[in-house]
Write a protein that binds this ligand. Structure first.
Ligand SMILES: *[C@@H]1O[C@H](CO)[C@@H](O)[C@H](O)[C@H]1NC(C)=O
Ligand SMILES: *[C@@H]1O[C@H](CO)[C@@H](O)[C@H](O)[C@H]1NC(C)=O
Length: 341
């Protein structure tokens, strides 16, 4: 289950260890929002929530506080104190100011990642994902090599700020979405979770926590937990429908690719190509900063064939390109990957 492990690296520890969903009544008592499964590309045209359908920060906050009071139970650490919960609110406001990322969105991602437990442990499947935001290689944490209780306000703010502004933080993933409509948030959520969006453009497709973007779209509408109708196994085939979001996947119509590239990991290697000093293709997401040797993927390449062609040790590509899955199934033709420092 290498692929699944990688998937969790950039995704929610919630998926790993949060066993018992909150009773549905809690969600409904909170804002009245019940879950809708969103399929497709994150646009309003495909039925995803417009920004006007988001709840206000205050409403979302009120709805999520009851969850935050008990959410550390999932990690067997002390629950958040009232002071820590106050500090989370201040941290969300501060991080939103610093980054320009809407605090409603920061809150939704935080709840998705850790349920707002300040002592959420660091997960590490090749890259550290610490704390409240389980962000990409952030520094701040109140649970790594020892549990901090209380978790100091400055660390709480730093955890949230790093989720917003670090490499692959939400500010950057919004930019990477290249969208300017509300879909930028849902696309950014997907990129935050898994490093990239599948070739189909469907936010539930490819290697990821498939319901992640749909969950986040529900969270900004005020849903907090319970009664999810999103199925990990089928959401990637749901291409979305204006007005109705619980439609069955349309089996007869393939989602439209947003790019001409295709994952090609299952094909056979072809003629070796040497590495380049500058990327000749689109730079792959997560390629190491300051990379000196690049390799542009040709039809038929695998991670192993590319490494062999460049004379690099096995595993180099995954090491130097954090967007690449452990099983190399998301290697993209025409993209340049770092293959040497
Ligand atoms: C956290 O809250 C939950 C729910 O009230 C409770 O079951 C659990 O024991 C609490 N955890 C601790 C460590 O007090
Ligand atoms: C789904 O399939 C039906 C017929 O099978 C077709 O009419 C329709 O255009 C397809 N697409 C969507 C998005 O409903």
């Amino acid at each position: 289950m290498v692929a699944a492990q990688f998937m969790l690296a950039a995704s929610s520890i919630f998926a790993l260890s949060y066993g018992a969903p909150m009773p549905r009544s809690l969600a409904e008592r909170a804002t009245g929002a019940t879950y809708k499964a969103y399929g497709g590309d994150g646009t309003v045209a495909k039925g995803w929530p417009a920004e006007k359908d988001w709840k206000s920060f205050d409403e979302l906050w009120e709805a999520n506080v009851p969850i935050m009071k008990t959410s550390c139970k999932q990690f067997n650490v002390e629950n958040n104190s009232d002071q820590e919960i106050k500090d989370i609110k201040a941290g969300l406001e501060a991080a939103s100011k610093t980054s320009g990322v809407k605090k409603e969105f920061l809150l939704a991602i935080m709840m998705q990642e850790s349920k707002g437990c300040v002592r959420a442990p660091t997960t590490n499947y090749g890259v550290r994902n610490p704390g409240l935001m389980q962000d990409h290689d952030g520094k701040a944490t109140c649970n790594e090599g020892g549990v901090k209780n209380p978790c100091p306000a400055n660390l709480i703010t730093q955890m949230i700020t790093e989720g917003a502004t670090s490499e692959f933080g939400l500010k950057q993933t919004i930019e990477l979405s290249k969208a300017s409509d509300v879909s930028k948030y849902y696309k950014a959520a997907r990129i935050y979770n898994s490093g990239s969006i599948a070739a189909s453009g469907n936010l539930g497709d490819g290697i990821a926590t498939h319901c992640y973007a749909s969950d986040v779209a529900n969270r900004v509408r005020g849903w907090v937990d319970g009664g999810s109708t999103c199925e990990e196994g089928t959401i990637g085939k749901n291409t979305g429908t204006a007005g109705g979001n619980n439609e069955k996947p349309n089996e007869t119509e393939d989602p439209k690719p947003t790019t001409t590239s295709k994952p090609i990991s299952n094909s056979k290697p072809t003629t070796p190509v040497k590495e380049e000093s500058k990327p000749s293709g689109t730079k792959a997401q997560g390629a190491a900063a300051g990379c000196k040797k690049w390799y542009t993927i040709k039809a038929g390449d695998t991670c192993a064939s590319a490494e062999k062609a460049a004379g690099a040790p096995a595993g180099t590509l995954q090491k130097l390109n954090t967007g690449l899955s452990a099983d190399c199934s998301n290697l993209w033709k025409g993209y340049s990957y770092c293959i040497g420092q």
